[in-house]
Ligand binder design. Structure first.
Ligand code: SF4
Length: 275
């Protein structure tokens, strides 16, 4: 029986046995299931600044976990080996929520404060994030989400009370650019607003030369963020040619600094990445 996945704005209508655009969710027997539940492709103890979070438990470490799949199609994806993969295409290790939480606790002596859901898009396997987040919080540790912010409102609202901090991509400030990435700007904007009501939020924008790097666009993006809260940190990162976008040079360092100054006209905390 055909079923619609209602987790993200794509709302894939899936035949029996068919997987969605994200390659991580399947219609099995009339139920939409996450194929990547507890299937871990990446696991590392990282400095929290690497997520990036600059104004949340600075100097601490965070156990970072990722699986496979993504619901966007960014041609410059840094993690395309895992984000574009489907089931059976990568080696995975099973790590159930309680085992992940126990591992996070064992890493406390090394400065670990909790778990970050990251590397691929964690929200397409949101059941795993939810179950892990409950187990992690039960051990008095924190949950960090690193996400493109493009799920529907109901699962987002369900998850947010379990999340302590999030870094959400705001990949630009035009619908046209978001459409080219397979995304939806209004969904991300709504989810940033909702997240800022519930947890610590930082935002990242990758500056792609000739696409989203005009002063007017960064000014509009920063003014909009400042309307939520001028204390929301904004990370402006350099683009490097990779995956399917190799037709242009890395973002000019001086352009990043100039755009950071533009953003600082509206926001208190603006950071430059990879400069
Ligand atoms: S989460 Fe995946 S299967 Fe569900 S609607 Fe989005 S892209 Fe489609």
């Amino acid at each position: 029986m055909k079923q619609r996945c209602e987790l993200c704005f794509h709302r894939c209508a899936l035949e029996e046995g068919q997987t969605g655009l994200c390659r991580a969710r399947i219609n099995r027997g009339g139920t939409i299931l996450p194929l990547n539940y507890s299937r871990v492709t990446s696991l590392a103890l990282d400095p929290i600044e690497k997520k990036p979070l600059r104004r949340f438990h600075s100097g601490s470490m965070i156990l970072s976990v990722g699986s496979f799949g993504c619901n966007l199609r960014c041609p410059f994806c840094q993690n395309h080996e895992i984000s574009m993969a489907g089931e059976g295409e990568l080696d995975t290790e099973e790590l159930l929520p309680n085992d992940l939480a126990a591992l996070a606790e064992r890493l406390r002596p090394r400065g670990n404060i909790g778990v970050a859901y990251t590397y691929n898009e964690p929200l397409i396997g949101y059941e795993y994030v939810r179950d892990c987040a409950v187990a992690v919080r039960a051990r008095g540790m924190v949950n960090v989400l690193v996400s493109n912010g493009t799920v529907e409102e109901a699962p987002w609202r369900e998850l947010l009370p379990l999340i302590d901090a999030a870094n959400i991509d705001l990949k630009g400030f035009t619908e046209g650019w978001y459409r080219r990435l397979g995304g939806d700007l209004e969904t991300v904007k709504r989810n940033i607003v909702l997240a800022a009501e519930r947890c610590h939020v930082e935002v990242t924008t990758l500056l792609v030369p000739g696409e989203n790097d005009s002063e007017a666009e960064i000014s509009a993006l920063s003014r909009w963020l400042s309307g939520i809260d001028p204390d929301i940190p904004l990370h402006l990162s350099r683009f490097f040619p990779r995956y399917r976008m190799t037709d242009r040079p890395p973002t000019d360092v001086n352009a990043v600094y100039r755009l950071a100054e533009v953003a600082r006209e509206s926001l208190r905390w603006v950071y430059t990445g990879n400069c």
